[in-house]
Design a protein around this ligand. Structure first.
Ligand code: AVJ
Length: 319
């Protein structure tokens, strides 16, 4: 018992209990990314129907020289939500930064990927930071005074509703400082059938990724959710411009989490993730609202995905 209690993140417990008691039950998406969840997400990125990763990687590979020319030399790269750091080599190889700072919430995953980068680029010091990048955080003292390039690939910004995305971009600006640059990946709006197959693959990997959240709740919070009672669903919400992931009750079901009873009628869902998609104007407007001036952008020939380079706006008192 004690052993279990020690492992539990109190924020996980309160987010789950609070989220499931809401009129529209929902759990913040970041809890999908424990070690198993991060591994499953990694598997998603290799699925044929999941176009964002390979499209963004190809863009980075093709356009890195141009990007590097605009970024300028002497800087450190700070990556928000580095995960498995698979796109990082393209950046490090061309930019040759003074240091690399990967920031991720999943500690074990972070250290393993940091070690891989360190091995591949022995000349670049790596300073991993285990943190929730949405919260206040300290950058390592070693990089003080050096220009910063924030790297936020994968359309992770799409996880946040526009209001929170704006807050997050402002937060990045506070962390990195005025004059810093940000290279951000944003997924584009596209036909619904392509979006849905990217988030409900025929191999069932995304379903497993979503259902892992229930396994995590059972394991870490001592809950008894029958995992066959819920099924994965991906929905396009046109008005909000996003794909939503849900876990839908397949029958009436009752369960207990940390002594609290919940009951879900058949068809009721737990909303577990949003993935917002942006057109060119929307993407730039979001950056501007978050305090970043777009400098340049690159897209693939099908306009499936965009990489945007932006600069932290100075505070101005007049236009
Ligand atoms: C990591 C948030 C960018 O929204 O495309 C992929 C997460 N979830 N398939 C996305 C995800 C299900 C992914 N992001």
């Amino acid at each position: 018992m004690l052993e279990i209690a020690e492992r539990v993140d109190p924020a996980f417990r309160s987010d789950v209990l609070r989220g499931l008691a809401e009129p529209i039950p929902a759990i913040p998406a970041r809890w999908l990314y424990d070690l198993r969840g991060s591994e499953l997400f990694d598997a998603i990125t290799r699925l044929p129907s999941y176009y964002p990763t390979r499209t963004e990687t190809a863009l980075l590979e093709a356009r890195m020289e141009e990007i590097a020319a605009l970024v300028g030399g002497d800087c450190v790269v700070v990556e928000f939500g580095s995960g498995s750091s698979t796109k990082t080599p393209f950046l490090l190889r061309t930019i040759h930064p003074r240091a690399y700072v990967p920031i991720d919430i999943s500690g074990e995953f972070l250290l393993a990927s940091a070690a891989r980068v360190d091995e591949k680029f022995p000349a670049i010091p790596v300073y991993p930071v285990e943190a929730d990048f949405t919260k206040p955080l300290e950058l390592p003292a070693e990089i003080e005074g050096v220009a910063r390039l924030g790297f936020f690939p994968g359309s992770t910004i799409g996880n946040f509703v526009p209001r929170s995305a704006t807050d997050l971009l402002r937060h990045f600006r506070d962390i990195l400082g005025i004059g810093s640059k940000l290279l951000i990946g944003m997924d584009r709006v596209k036909p619904v059938d392509r979006l849905i197959s990217a988030y409900d693959d025929s191999e069932g990997v995304t379903a497993e990724f979503n259902l892992n959240l229930l396994h995590r709740i059972n394991r870490e919070l001592g809950a008894d959710i029958p995992d066959d009672a819920f099924a994965h669903q991906a929905r396009w919400h046109d008005m909000n411009g996003r794909v939503e992931m849900h876990l839908v009750a397949q029958r009436d079901v009752q369960f207990t989490i940390d002594g609290q009873r919940f009951s879900f009628a058949k068809g009721k869902s737990i909303h577990t993730e949003n993935s917002h998609k942006y057109g060119p104007r929307g993407a730039r407007l979001l950056l501007l609202a978050g305090g970043w001036t777009p400098l340049a952008e690159w897209t693939d020939p099908d306009d499936d995905f965009a990489l945007i380079l932006a600069e932290a706006q100075p505070n101005r008192f007049a236009p």
